[in-house]
Design a protein around this ligand. Structure first.
Ligand SMILES: NC(=O)c1ccc[n+]([C@@H]2O[C@H](COP(=O)([O-])OP(=O)(O)OC[C@H]3O[C@@H](n4cnc5c(N)ncnc54)[C@H](OP(=O)(O)O)[C@@H]3O)[C@@H](O)[C@H]2O)c1
Length: 347
């Protein structure tokens, strides 16, 4: 699999990485067996898709534990592990404890990339804890990450969901930020407007997440109601029909369905599936280092690995861009798709 250098760092990532959120099973994704995880991880490594993205919060640590079991016996230097610390755990002492706990669950000595999951602000912390805790200091948090790096516990420091301003603030601490992980799919293109070119200018790699928008660009859902309720909480969908939505807006369902219909048409004409064309589009995004796709079954993974081999012709890229532009314009520049823009956690 083709690899790309992550920003100014010496980290090289495959163009397609494996999203491990579902590993370990849980309320959000349903049950996932360890034997399926073992098979998927083995198949991914065999095909050079060797970047595994997890987080301490995915299934309360079960994603990390499950990945840790799956990689046992594999040469550690053939695998790249990215994990994330929740912003509410970034007070230095806590941060070190939480990093150690991730390492234990993953049964490894070091992480290749350790990311702060959302910006460290009072606003994002509310979403990560039920306790009332003071907002940790950004400079102290990044100093603690630099110490972990100096001690060899983490190879690279990364962030997720950081706006240009938050990224600059993190970089001003002197920490070398290898990557910013951001949502990016045909139905989620807001990062193209500011943060993606900003990362490129600052030499920070970009890892796109939710390349299939949690299966909406993969599974043939016949209607909006057929999409699992927790997978349609973004501003694409009308909050009045989903008690799990936090954004409180009426959504962009007409534009979303029109974009999906156009993508289906273009995919059909090209003799591809919607998942295949969507992954190819995401991996080819200007400035993208790697795109993450979650899969807990080998059949889908094999299709995704095949999609990573051949790029899309430029004219097909352009048609997909045109087909999804009305949705991009309707949803606006905020890439916190789960919140009302007034409550944007990336800022
Ligand atoms: N940094 C952050 O804040 C953040 C936020 C969200 C996600 N992420 C990361 O990004 C990763 C990817 O996002 P995601 O897992 O939420 O969503 P996703 O990758 O967009 O979609 C995953 C879904 O797509 C299905 N799928 C995969 N390949 C398919 C194919 N070829 N055809 C049809 N369906 C297919 C999977 O089903 P099967 O399992 O059945 O294959 C699963 O239901 C996560 O796992 C996580 O590591 C990071």
């Amino acid at each position: 699999m083709k690899q790309r250098v992550c920003g100014k760092s010496d980290l090289k990532l495959p163009v397609l990485g494996l999203g491990c959120w579902a590993f370990g099973g849980g309320d959000y994704w349903g049950p996932v067996s360890q034997s399926d995880v073992n098979d998927v991880v083995r198949c991914a490594v065999d095909h050079g898709c060797n970047f595994f993205d997890t987080a301490e919060m995915y299934n309360q640590g079960a994603s990390e534990s499950s990945l840790g079991i799956a990689i046992q016996g594999m040469p550690r230097d053939k695998i790249l592990i990215g994990s994330k610390i929740s912003p509410s755990h970034t007070e230095p002492k806590k941060l070190v404890e939480h990093c150690e706990a991730s390492l234990r669950r993953l049964q490894t000595d070091y992480l290749d990339l350790y990311m702060v999951h959302w910006p460290i602000t009072a606003h994002s912390i509310v979403h990560f804890t039920t306790e009332s805790i003071p907002t940790p200091s950004v400079s102290e948090a990044f100093a603690a990450l630099k110490e972990l790096q100096a001690g060899g516990k983490i190879r690279h420091i990364g962030v997720c969901n950081f706006s240009a301003e938050k990224l600059d603030e993190a970089m001003a601490t002197g920490a070398e930020i290898a990557a910013n992980e951001l949502p990016y799919s045909l139905l989620m293109r807001a990062i193209e407007q500011e943060i993606l070119p900003h990362c490129v200018r600052r030499g920070v790699g970009v890892i796109g997440y939710m390349a299939l928008m949690q299966g909406i660009l993969g599974k043939p859902y016949p209607s909006i109601e057929a999409i699992p309720i927790l997978h349609r909480r973004t501003r694409h969908f009308d909050a009045r029909r989903n008690q799990h939505c936090r954004h409180g807006m009426t959504g962009a369902e007409a534009e979303t369905m029109a974009a999906l219909a156009a993508i289906r048409r273009i995919a059909h004409e090209q003799g591809m599936t919607v998942a295949e064309i969507s992954l190819k589009w995401a991996m080819a995004g200007k400035g993208m280092t790697s795109s993450l796709c979650g899969s807990s079954n080998v059949k889908n993974l094999e299709r995704n690995l095949a999609a990573a081999l051949e790029p899309l012709p430029a004219d097909v890229m352009a048609r997909l861009n045109r087909a999804t532009r009305p949705l991009l314009e309707k949803l606006g520049p905020s890439f916190d798709y789960w919140q009302h823009p007034d409550n944007d956690r990336t800022l």
